[in-house]
Design a protein around this ligand. Structure first.
Ligand code: PLP
Length: 455
């Protein structure tokens, strides 16, 4: 057996990686030409790679490391739980203390009567649960035909077949097909799709597409509407202020379930515990994952309101995952929630760091290639453009310029992502003001270098 460790030369690790590891959302053949960057350790907001480079992670991993890297308390919670009860399932009328404690805490934190948690191993699995649960709920109420779920184009809700079908990414739909009875309306992306409309009028128009869809499909056919409070992986699309109040009116008026996908927005990302609070909605179901454990252990779930839980609980719901409510993940999540709360991380993010980050991030619009900067709490994006006034897109293939800037960020030891020609950030909530300054300086430099390549 080959002994593989951090001490191996990078090129050897990369060659083994390319030979045997299939990467998500990647062109695999690319790794043979240009090896993957090997990340070896992390602390706070920093990552180190196998060449010793220190990298500022402005994406908190994949939007998840809300408390920052390297918190011993979470490792100790996992260790204690592994020694005591490393695994037991929650099927067939069994339970355990960590899952009871976490469920109680989530019911306390979640707004309104969201008092019941159905666990999963990830956000994708949780959204698959939501599809089945929403349909089962209406079937239980004698309306099995009420099974269409409305979502939005360019939304990301995960990669399993169900979650991917809820998502509105055409590049995913064309690889292998989708599940039936999911309908997509347009996203509230004013910068790219707003034309001559004012942002406020555009927000209303996009929200009213939900009402039109309900009327066209039939209220008796629509089970639920799912959306992120602030669309994340679609490019941090911050909707106009008029959007959510109008959507809320529509959801209140028609008899459908509202599912808020809080996988990114939850656990402090938007400056409140949940994005639903930030945009002023009270969903029937919330999808959670990522920041629930700050990414230290895989865990996701659906937090469900009293009425839905009662109806669904009236008969056997034939659904569940081996690792649902995994004791180690629950213990880690509980410790993470304790730290977020007791160290005032959510409050500090909202009151101290988010306003500072907003001011600095919005300053990037002074760069010649940056059209708009949008930020809510600790998630933001900038739109790259060759012409700010007309909000033009680059003539090159969509996303090429964003990709070039992302590559420059990578070379400048800053992790920032691109979605098409939008550059996005979602740093750990514990980022300091000094690190915000560094983030902005490296982003600016990368924009300069990217612009030099465009010309
Ligand atoms: N929902 C949203 C909003 C997400 O951003 C993601 C992942 O990025 C998911 C669901 C899927 O979560 P997971 O990757 O844990 O399956």
């Amino acid at each position: 057996m080959v002994e593989i460790s951090n001490h191996m030369p990078t090129a050897e690790l990369q060659a083994l990686d390319a030979a045997h590891h299939m990467h998500p959302f990647s062109t695999q053949s690319g790794f043979s030409k240009k090896g993957a960057r090997v990340i070896t350790r992390a602390k706070g907001t920093r990552l180190w790679d196998s060449e010793g480079a220190e990298i500022l992670d402005a994406m908190a991993g994949l939007w998840c490391v809300n408390i920052g890297y390297g918190r011993d308390e979470l490792a100790e919670a996992a260790y204690r739980q592994m020694k005591e009860l490393p695994y037991y399932n929650t099927f067939f009328q069994t339970t355990h203390v960590p899952v009871i404690a976490l469920s109680q805490r989530l019911a306390e934190l979640a707004p309104g009567d969201l008092n019941h948690v159905f666990y999963a191993g990830s956000g994708s699995e949780a959204n698959d649960t939501n599809i089945r649960m929403a349909r089962f709920y209406w079937a239980q109420k004698g309306k099995p035909e009420k099974n269409i779920i409305i979502s939005r184009k360019n939304a990301y809700h995960g990669s399993t077949l169900g979650a991917m079908s809820l998502g509105g990414m055409s590049g995913m739909h064309t690889q292998g097909g989708v599940v039936q009875n999911v309908h997509h309306i347009d996203q509230p992306n004013w910068w790219s799709e707003g034309g001559d409309m004012s942002p406020e009028d555009f927000g209303i128009e996009r929200a009213q597409q939900l009402e039109k869809a309900i009327l066209e499909l039939g209220e008796d056919r629509v089970a639920a509407f799912i959306a992120e409070p602030i669309q994340g992986a679609g490019g941090v699309i911050v909707p106009p202020d008029s959007y959510w109040p109008e959507l809320k009116r529509i959801c209140d008026q028609y008899d459908i379930l509202l599912i808020a996908d809080e996988v990114i927005c939850g656990f402090g990302r938007t400056g409140n515990w949940f994005g639903s609070e930030t945009v002023g909605i009270q969903p029937h179901i919330m999808t959670i994952a990522k920041g629930l454990s700050s990414g230290y252990a895989p865990i996701g779930g659906s937090i469900v309101c009293d009425e839905v839980a009662e109806v669904v609980g009236g008969d056997e719901f034939n659904h569940g995952y081996t690792y649902a409510g995994h004791p180690v993940s629950c213990a880690v999540a509980l410790e993470n929630l304790r730290i977020l709360d007791e160290e005032g991380i959510v409050t500090r993010a909202r009151e101290e760091i988010a306003p500072y980050l907003k001011e600095k991030f919005e300053g990037l619009t002074e760069h010649p290639m940056v059209g708009e900067a949008k930020i809510v709490g600790m998630m933001g994006s900038i739109a790259l453009t060759p012409h700010k006034e007309s909000r033009a897109a680059f003539a090159s293939e969509t996303g090429t310029v964003g990709y070039m800037v992302r590559e420059r960020c990578f070379a400048n030891n800053l992790i920032m992502r691109h979605v098409g020609d939008r550059m996005i950030i979602s740093p750990p909530l514990v980022i300091s003001k000094e690190d915000v300054d560094l983030l902005i300086a490296r982003a600016w430099q990368s924009l300069d270098e990217g612009m030099a390549q465009v010309k």
